[in-house]
Design a protein around this ligand. Sequence first.
Ligand code: G16
Length: 550
Amino acid sequence: MTIQTIFTQALTGQRPGTSGLRQKTTAFMQPMYLENFVQALLDVLNNGVVDGRYLRGQTLVLGGDGRFYNRAAVQTILKMAAANGVGRVLLGQGGILSTPAVSAVIRSRQAFGGIVLSASHNPGGPQGDFGIKYNASNGGPATETLTEAVYAKTQTLVQVRCSDAPDMAIDQQGVQWMEQMQVEVIDPVADYAALMRSLFDFDLLRSMFARGFTLRVDAMNAVGGPYAKAILETELGAPVGTVVNAIPMEDFGGLHPDPNPVNATELMTCMAGVNAPDCGAAMDGDADRNMILGHNFVVSPSDSLAVLTAHARLIPAYREGLVGVARSMPTSAAVDRVASALGIDCFETPTGWKFFGNLLDAGRVTLCGEESYGTGSSHVREKDGLWAILFWLSLQGATGRSIESLVREHWRVYGRNYYSRHDYEGIPLDVANALMADLRAKLPTLQAQRFGERMVMLADDFSYLDPVDGTSSQHQGIRLIFDDGARIIFRLSGTGTDGATLRLYLERYEADPVQQDMPVQKTLADLATVAEQVAGIRVRTGMATPSVAT
Ligand code: G16
């Protein structure tokens, strides 16, 4: 075995987005595409850019969601890690680790960091998407400082270091060596399951299933399957078959593994049927997102965060109460009302789980959530799909109430934040950028403008000053906030791979219990009209309706 130096040419377009570098699988399979990015990352980590610490000789965690190209990428990264002085790699068996499990393993084994191979909720397969992201020693997504350093490095890279060792056996647990690097193939589920056991009352959950509580978890042929089966079926005694689409497939069996009402159609149909289980849930490609359903009833992610916050003391891990909560800016303000009632801080951050990291590390928040079907807590530094499912099960077990009744009761007490996100996908980049630029230019004229009965109280481009390290993040989304608390938000997605995706977020608050059961799109239609009036989405994009409205 020798270490090879391969000369390469710097590539353009390798700037990580909201969550790592995501691209078409075919792009990743181009010669040197993955290699260049990984070398840039290893160079940055070996240069002490992160907290003055050096990767050389340290431990990295490695795994992915099992999508097409996962196994090949694992082999490439192992050879490059060995050639760049990594001391040890903890690799999920078969190259498999969910995103929250990577975070858990980094933390439980005190690793230097971890590499996750996933394009999350994006479809997989040769014609689908692939992705890679780095998580730091706190278990959380790399900060913008680090990802920008990696991006800068990709632009000047001239050589890649790689071992010429043969491929490693990755399907059996155990220890092997490559060059001077130890590779330990680990059980992908064990550390994560131990963590869940420490947070929730597993006896309570076991007794629920023993009494006949019914659950259907759709793992969408993605990485969440093995975790859900091991914990829910094997450990907690849910009947075999509770977890469906449970075997990770390279193309997710053709499913779009994004747990929302539009993509999880099988689950939606099941939960609408007369024999629907007591609870339904789905996770995404890398098992960090979740959708929770009752009988014919979908919990909106923003409401989910608010309900979990309100009832957190029922969970052993949060019995002492929460120190604070955080939500991304486009997430509805439902949780703000709960935080205010509890007398705890509520932080509003830009989109991207990485922005929660500092708040969690500094002990300023316990729970976090996003409108994009993400909820999590200080137990890891990622959102966590199965954790959310266990939390909701625990609430049902502790209160004896159904999902729908928990949410309706929440609305009655705190009011309802009607909420919807409209996605316009596949817009040419120049059209999307021009739309946003024009909105930005228009902001001063929108201030105090009237639209029907509402007046704009604040029109701005959201910026965030991290209260922990003082980092400032600009241009995080155009906000129109009205005098009745309603909001319209425009931003461009940072996770798509086909042109640009415009996200339009609509929200209004309803305190009157009699008015809390209206069709969501109908009750937000006037705000959608204002958004159209202000941004001219139809004319600019040629799209009469959004590609997806959830
Ligand atoms: C990622 C991030 C989330 C973010 C979501 C949507 O989720 O981790 O924090 O909310 O993307 O981002 P955007 O609106 O920019 O597409 P995931 O599950 O894709 O990793």
